[in-house]
Write a protein that binds this ligand. Sequence first.
Ligand SMILES: Cc1ncc(COP(=O)(O)O)c(C=O)c1O
Length: 398
Amino acid sequence: MENYLSQRLQNMEESQTIAMNEKTKDLQEQGLDIVNLTAGEPDFFTPDAIKAAAKAAVDNNFSFYTPVAGYMDLRKAIAGKLQRENNLTYTPEQIVVTNGAKHALANAITSLIDPNDEAIIPAPYWVSYSELVKLAGGSNVIVPTSIDSNFKMTTAQLEAAITPRTKLLILCSPSNPSGAVYSKAELQALAEVVAKHKRLFVLSDEIYEHINFVGKHESMAQFESIKDRVIIINGVSKAYAMTGYRIGYSATSLGLAKACTKLQGQFTSNASSIAQKASVAALTLDNTPTQEMTKAFLRRRNLVMEWLQQMPGLRCTVPDGAFYAFPDVSAFFGKSDGTTTLKNDMDVCLYLLEKALVASVPGSAFGAPSCIRLSYATSDENLLKAMKSMKAALAKLV
Ligand SMILES: Cc1ncc(COP(=O)(O)O)c(C=O)c1O
């Protein structure tokens, strides 16, 4: 049959993690005990008080369509959170509740990007950004960063990437995959550049806000000169261990919030009514469970870093947030264990999978082919096992 798929879809990249996941599954089916460090979600259960709110929502018949932008009590809870935790003032009308943070990103990108518009994305980046920009007909201007700049983009790099076609800058702090966290001063310097370019909007992905080991979260929206052109993206997935509930949100200018609502009204309508009620509980009840999870992630980060730093050839910055380590493994390219010679990041991941029984994600999936991503959202016991076998396997490469 003739190729019937749209050009738009054909231009879209398949997730590069699929090959790794399939190989992992094959080995697991053969009975091998693989430690999976590919997870992009907390390994904890949703806190009980949030689960109770979801159950109550079912019993209280919150089963009808909600407003497209979300129940008013949830939008008020989000506005309350932004004021309380971030000192940012938004009205509930400026908030749009979505089917996960990913959907909030899709709404904003589709509402802003026209064919030929450019989006600046510092690499390493979370892979959906560039694909969503392409889907909207725009082009990506990828700004590479490296371990030597702590995986952060400088103002000079931003200035150099801006053209008359630039419409969007996409930032993620704390970052998936690098764990880098921009300081207030670093964000302010970037904001000053953005302020000079009136057509430039900033998509600020703050989904890992609460998993921050270096102090208080700094939002790009705190700078008044650009606040109207910032779209905060956040949600309950990571902070409250609610990835399956699928609740995210955007906070931005009223005009852009209305545009996102118009788009969402045609594509999906509202996010799940039950999950919305659970999210009200997440955002208003005591957040001790979130703090406990963050403490566990910090302990695990320290455990993983202690081991990674002892592995000769591997270079790794200490991640300041999120739950990933992103070591540079390029020193192993060209090395061999006597049978296989590793050429690139994918080969390193496959080698670790087959010889150390550790599943990881190649950095090229995030635009950083010198690195691999290791998620530490798993038990201390699993991490210890993975680190020991990784160290032994890498030591065999010459
Ligand atoms: C950087 C980043 N942004 C957004 C998302 C999407 O979150 P959600 O599950 O709420 O759609 C993820 C999930 O992995 C992520 O890592």
